[in-house]
Each structure stands twice: as structure tokens, then as C-alpha cells.
Write a new protein. Sequence first.
Length: 244
Amino acid sequence: MNSGISVLLVDDEHYSRLELKHLLSERSHFSIIGEADNGESAVMKTIQLQPDVVFLDVEMPKMGGMEAAKALRELRKPPLIVFATAYPQFAAEAFRYEAIDYLLKPYDEIQLDQTIKRIEKQFSAPAQSNESVKPVGKLAVESEGEIFYLDPNEIVYIHREDKLTKIVTLKNEFDSKMPLKEMENRLSPFSFFRIHKSILVNLDYVAKLTPWFSGTYHLEMKGIEGNLSVSRNYVKELRAKLEI
């Protein structure tokens, strides 16, 4: 673990927040940096505090958890989302917002431990003794009952469409159920950059950036027909990464 993992707790029930706060306090590398009692406050505090993880209740006043999750996914650097609720019927909908897990109240410590491991995996990275050395590893993608091992350097771009994540190489296209955020974390040692809430590109394949309208741009990728849309929130950082 490279550093501590910051957490925002969101629940309109004070005692539920206290319980989860106590359980997480037993994990020394987790740091509770804030609390909120409704979705609207959760979004504002996420923007202000930039937590790594948000534990989010579903049923809350003013703005519910699902609506808050949707807003959080729109942020330039969205946190990991763990739904923590007493309502199991919302589980399927929760994963539409790329939640990393779904905890049920009252909290079960075994289930919480599994959630903790999932979170830790997202923030674990092998030590790099030489930054100039390209990382070695392949992305495992399950498609139609088979598992394909893709070289990340051969992936041109990745985009989220409905409930699937589509991985585009120069020769093929693969569908995966892996959330885009998780895929972005796994590919972090490589030259990938998010240009839109639903699009991740390999910077090595960028050919041309063209102004479009309302501050947006079109991105042309080598070997791929058509253009990709670049959200204005990502343009400045994209240009900084592309230019010498």
C-alpha cells in the first residue's frame, strides 16, 4: 500500500455512520476525512475533500444515494463508491454507477473485510525501481466464455456503453463487464488517460486533436476510423500530457 486511503461516510443515520466509522478505524491505513447526511452534501464534500472512497447510503433526504452516485461519476476524478444500505433490492441498480461493492446493514465483518480487500486492490501498485522501464502484464478479458489476455500497449481506447466496457485494439474489439474505473486503475502503469466520463484512451495512439464546440474537442486515433469526443473538463490536462 503506497499511502493511506481516505474515506467519506454518507448516511442520514448518525449511528450507522458511527458503526461504520468504528469498523473502519480498526484498519489503520483507512482515514475518515469527512461525513455527510444526504446526497447533496456528499457531492459537495467529495469536491472539497477529494476522498479516495465514498461509502454511500441509498435512502436519504434531499438527494438519495443513487442520484448522488450519478453526480459523483461525473466528477473529473470520481472516487470509488461502496453502497452501504439496508435495502438489498437496489444492488443491481448500484452497479450501473460502477460501484466497487454493495454492503448490507447491519454490517457483517466478513463481508466488510471482502470489501476492504477490493478497495485495497484498487490502490495497490508494484514498486517501480526504474520509471523508464515499461511495466509487464496483460489485461484479462472474458468474452463469450473465453478469456483473452490483451497487451495494454496494443489497446487503442476503451469506452463504456450501456452495461458493457468495450476495448478497442487495431484488429479487434472486446466486451467486458469490468467497470471502466476498475479498468483505469489496472491500466494506470501504462499510457492511458480519461478524456470523457466514459472514454479512456491510450496516449501512444493519439494522432490529432481538433476543436469542436462549447470547449469540447475531437480526438483522432491512429489506425481507427472516426473521432472520439473529449470533454472540456479534460482538455487542458490532455494537452499538457501530449505536448513536450
